[in-house]
Design a protein around this ligand. Structure first.
Ligand code: ZN
Length: 227
C-alpha cells in the first residue's frame, strides 16, 4: 500500500465517523497532508456552531440571504482561519447588488453590501465561504464587502459609506484578530490572479484605514458586550 493510498484511507474518515470514533479516529491525523491539517474540524468537539436563520455577525446589518449557490457552507474560523477583508465596488446600485447575489446563476456574492447612505446588508454568515474573490484560497480566508457605486465615479464613495464600512471592518478585525493594515485589508484588484480592478483609483485607502483604526475601540466594546 503506497503512502497515497494510505492517506486516501484516512481522508475517508468522515466528520460523523470521527465523532462516533472519538479519539481513535483522530489518531491518523498526524499523517494527513498539510493542507488537510489546516482543516482540523475535529478540533472543536460537538461540531458545527449552531445556526439561527437570520442571525447576524454585524450589529446594525440587515439580514437578506444570498442564493445558496453563491457560497459554501463552512465552520470558520475553526476549519479555515480568517485573516483577510476584501473590499469590492459593485459597478451598480445597492439594490442591484442584492438582486444579483440572490440569483443562483450569478455564482458569486459577498458577505456584506454597504450602501452610499451607510446601510449594511449581511447576505452570508461569516462562518461560511462566500464566492467573491475569484480565488478559492482567498475566499476561504476572507470576508468580502461590496460597496454600492462605480469605480470611476468618485462621488459614489460617500462619507456615510466609508464610516459604515469602517465600522464593519473594525468589527471583523476584532472578531478574528486581524491586523488593520494593507496586507490584511485589501482590494479585489490585489487578489492573486484576478482581472478585477475594484475598488478602483477613487477608493481612499489612507482614509479608510484611519477610519477603521478609529472604530476599533467601539468595535471591541461591542464584542465585549456580546460575549
Ligand atoms: Zn470585486
Amino acid at each position: 500500500m503506497g503512502s497515497d493510498e494510505k492517506r486516501g484511507g484516512q481522508r475517508r474518515i468522515s466528520r460523523r465517523a470521527a465523532l462516533i470514533g472519538g479519539t481513535a479516529a483522530v489518531v491518523g491525523a498526524g499523517a494527513l497532508a498539510h493542507d488537510e491539517l489546516r482543516r482540523v474540524w475535529w478540533r472543536v468537539p460537538g461540531v458545527e456552531k449552531k445556526r439561527v436563520e437570520g442571525e447576524l455577525d454585524h450589529v446594525g446589518a440587515v439580514w437578506t440571504a444570498a442564493a445558496r449557490a453563491n457560497w459554501r457552507r463552512a465552520d470558520r474560523p475553526d476549519d479555515y482561519g480568517i485573516d483577510r477583508v476584501v473590499i469590492h465596488v459593485v459597478q451598480g446600485s445597492y439594490p442591484t447588488a442584492l438582486k444579483v447575489f440572490k440569483n443562483p446563476g450569478h455564482g458569486a456574492a459577498t458577505h456584506y453590501v454597504v450602501g452610499k447612505d451607510g446601510r449594511v446588508a449581511q447576505m452570508i454568515r461569516e462562518l461560511d465561504v462566500a464566492f467573491h474573490a475569484g480565488n478559492r484560497e482567498m475566499n476561504e480566508r476572507s470576508i468580502g464587502i461590496e460597496h454600492e457605486g462605480f469605480v470611476d465615479r468618485r462621488r459614489d464613495f460617500t462619507d456615510a459609506m466609508y464610516l459604515s464600512s469602517a465600522k464593519l471592518t473594525a468589527g471583523i478585525c476584532v472578531r478574528y484578530g486581524i491586523p488593520v493594515d494593507r496586507e490584511h485589508i485589501i482590494g479585489h484588484v490585489e487578489v492573486p490572479g484576478t482581472d478585477h480592478t475594484d475598488p478602483g483609483p477613487y477608493w481612499n485607502w489612507n482614509r479608510y484605514l484611519k477610519l477603521v483604526r478609529g472604530q476599533m475601540p467601539s468595535a471591541r466594546q461591542v464584542a465585549e458586550n456580546k460575549a
